[in-house]
Ligand binder design. Structure first.
Ligand code: ARG
Length: 290
């Protein structure tokens, strides 16, 4: 086809197309065909909320052999979402960037054994508490440590930016070089195993779980009454009242109908299944169910 013919061909095609379009539009005005696919209503858009979680925190959130994110927190949020009528999708999110990911809209909510603190409340909103926790010290079985204060001359491992980090920073001082900060709690505990630190301070549930699952490491735990009681909450962006309300509604429902107690028993054993009841410090944690 010569250039001229091509142009002509295109012109004719365009005219034909326009004509067809007009005819179609006209027809539609006269008698809208309800059966036509174009007239079918679009399927309802169900928003899926992205849930950020640092999945290196068993038994609250971790990845199983298949790479799936599992844990107590995950089961709680799944159950809450079902009651609230919302859809959730869990996204593994490193702890150090997790609050930013929420603030910037990359995540809609966070569940990550997050302690509700006044400081964090400035930049995010929290659901009602869903779990009670406290800091717990892990030391080698032969260690002489009996109290938190006795960590003062020692090298202490923590996960960066956690409440454990805050407690140890307060004890040893902001500029202390004896604080070893790790990007995950398992990394801090591994360092304890290899002797790189003398103690680790982290959430009781995670320390107990780790020790129960690594008996070869021969650690023991030391609790201290000066550790303030902590409570975990599900975080949403500041001002996201609608989502927060849905979550609190779902949370109340799972607590009321026994779902929460079931999930608690699944991950922590049958005892102490009251929502937000003090966790039994020092009690051996059961192995992660598969
Ligand atoms: N509860 C502690 C805090 O809020 C530690 C949470 C760490 N969670 C995690 N999935 N790494 O600071």
């Amino acid at each position: 086809m010569s250039t001229m013919n091509t142009r002509r061909f295109l012109q004719v095609t365009a005219l034909l197309a326009a004509g067809l379009l007009m005819a179609a539009c006209g027809k539609k005005e006269e008698a809208p065909a309800p059966a036509a696919p174009a007239a079918a209503p679009p399927p309802p858009v169900v928003k899926t909320y992205n849930v950020g979680t640092d999945a290196a925190y068993a038994p609250f959130e971790s990845q199983n052999d298949k790479g799936e994110i599992v844990g107590f927190d995950i089961d709680v949020v799944r159950a809450v979402a079902e009651k609230a009528g919302i859809q959730v999708n869990f996204v593994n999110t490193p702890w150090e960037g997790i609050f930013n990911a929420l603030a910037q809209g990359d995540r809609d909510l966070l569940v990550s054994a997050i302690t509700i603190t006044e400081e964090r409340r400035q930049t995010m909103d929290f659901s009602d508490p869903y779990f009670d926790a406290a800091q717990l010290i892990a030391v080698p079985a032969g260690s002489a440590v009996t109290r938190f204060e006795e960590l003062k001359p020692l090298k202490v491992g923590v996960q960066t930016g956690t409440t454990g980090d805050e407690a140890v920073t307060q004890l040893l001082g902001k500029n202390s070089t004896a604080i070893k900060r790790f990007e995950s709690t398992p990394l801090a505990l591994q360092e304890l195993m290899s002797g790189g630190v003398d103690a680790v301070v982290a959430d009781n549930g995670v320390v107990e779980h780790y020790i129960a699952n690594n008996p070869g490491g021969r650690f023991k735990t030391v609790s201290d009454p000066t550790f303030v009681p902590e409570q975990y909450g599900i975080a949403v962006r500041k001002g996201n009242a609608e989502l927060l309300e849905a979550i609190n509604r779902g949370l109340a429902a799972v607590k009321a109908d026994g779902t929460y107690a079931q999930i608690h028993a699944r991950w922590f054993g049958a005892a102490a299944a009251t929502p937000a009841a003090p966790a039994a410090a020092g009690a051996p944690a059961p192995a992660t169910p598969r």
